[in-house]
Design a protein around this ligand. Structure first.
Ligand SMILES: Nc1ncnc2c1ncn2[C@@H]1O[C@H](COP(=O)(O)OP(=O)(O)OP(=O)(O)O)[C@@H](O)[C@H]1O
Length: 359
């Protein structure tokens, strides 16, 4: 399905199918279209073209949404109501709600039952928002960045609650900036960017796919543009000048993009520092050695998951699904194919890397 906002194509002919009992992580940078996709599945918006099905029906019909729970990215809680009152209130909309005390216990909110929601911390509100999505015992739950703003302990507790829900047969579609979160929860990962599905595969397959190594090497020579297996490279002036040099000289986006790029090839008095990303560091080092070019300061380490994800998103041209992309429709459990789409984006949210490194 496709969904536009003015000139922005938020979802560009996206097809995705989610079966009953799946736990799917939807991963993508800011503006990728993740929230738009959830809003179509939950019937809050309509696709411009294509069809969305939830339990086989139109998600815009209230009856189709009976079995759906949702935690949007931002939740407005009535500030003067107490926590237990909010849970009671939402629960009253369902035939067989989870008892309020039980739900609060599960989410570590029992001690806050008598507190007005306006007096809760951001993290506590987030936990309550996720708890509310489960109060009606939904068959499917959509979680838009469920643990944003939570500390490590609260995040772990929330993951446990999501796992328990899933273990009892629930279907989960969650969005996240956190590779760690997707890795901890999801069995299937859908990577979305530029309004298209870039990858849709099992978690293991996705992790294998991002198994890049980062090779750092210093050289006074131009290492050229055809190093084998290099999917991305950066070159910065080495030595004291490097600290004031500003942006890297070249950033390759395709295989064998080359270490040096074309700009600035006049050279640097202190040489260059190259960062080369490749799936086969051994082969790259062999090539460097046999090339006879001078180099020193060789370092090799695994790329972080975030770096690897950035490479994966950067590699495929927009609008082109990679070999791993699974064509298909997004279908809610028991439903027919649900077309969905996503919109363009930039890079991963900086919050992610800052928070990841803070941990
Ligand atoms: N109501 C709207 N009006 C105009 N543009 C919108 C609207 N909603 C979304 N967009 C645009 O559609 C694109 C996709 O946005 P969306 O919120 O779905 O991305 P996202 O992947 O959820 O991003 P984030 O991770 O930052 O939440 C973005 O370019 C966004 O600016």
């Amino acid at each position: 399905m496709t969904r536009r906002f003015g000139d922005v194509v938020a979802l560009d002919d996206v097809t995705l199918e989610v079966g009953a009992g799946e736990l799917v992580g939807l991963l993508g940078p800011n503006g990728a279209g993740k929230s738009t996709l959830l809003s179509l599945v939950s019937g809050q918006r309509k696709p411009d073209t294509g069809v969305v099905r939830l339990f086989g029906g139109d998600p815009r019909d209230a009856s189709s949404r009976q079995g759906l729970g949702l935690t949007p990215q931002e939740t407005g809680l009535p500030a003067t109501l107490k926590v237990r009152e909010v849970v009671d209130f939402v629960g009253k909309h369902y035939a067989n709600p989870v008892p309020t005390g039980e739900l609060l216990e599960q989410f570590g909110l029992s001690e806050l039952a008598g507190r007005q929601t306006g007096a809760m911390s951001g993290g506590q509100k987030r936990r309550l928002a996720v708890a509310l999505s489960l109060v009606g015992r939904p068959r499917v739950v959509l979680l838009d960045e469920p643990t944003t703003g939570l500390d490590v302990g609260a995040r772990q507790a929330l993951w446990a609650a999501i796992r328990e829900y899933h273990a009892n047969g629930g279907t989960v579609l969650l969005t996240s900036h956190y590779l760690e979160e997707v890795q901890a929860l999801a069995q299937r990962v859908v990577v979305i960017d530029q309004g298209v599905v870039k990858a849709d595969d099992t978690l293991d397959a996705i992790l294998r796919r991002v198994g890049l190594r980062r090779v750092v090497v210093r050289s006074t020579a131009d290492l050229g543009t055809d190093l084998p297996g290099v999917v991305r490279s950066e070159r910065t002036p080495d030595g004291p000048a490097a600290r004031t040099a500003g942006a890297p000289d070249a950033v390759g986006g395709t295989a064998a993009a080359g270490a040096a790029g074309s700009a600035g090839s006049a050279g640097s008095a202190g040489g260059w520092r190259y960062e080369l990303f490749t799936a086969d560091a051994d082969e790259l080092v062999r090539t460097l050695v046999t090339s006879g070019l001078p180099f020193h300061g060789l370092e090799i380490r695994g790329a972080s998951l975030e770096e690897a994800f950035e490479q994966m998103v950067a590699r495929a041209p927009a609008g082109t699904a990679p070999p791993g992309a699974r064509p298909g429709a997004t279908t809610a459990p028991g439903g027919a194919p649900t077309p969905t789409g996503a919109t363009p984006s930039g890079t991963l949210d900086r919050r992610t890397s800052e928070e990841e490194s803070a941990r």
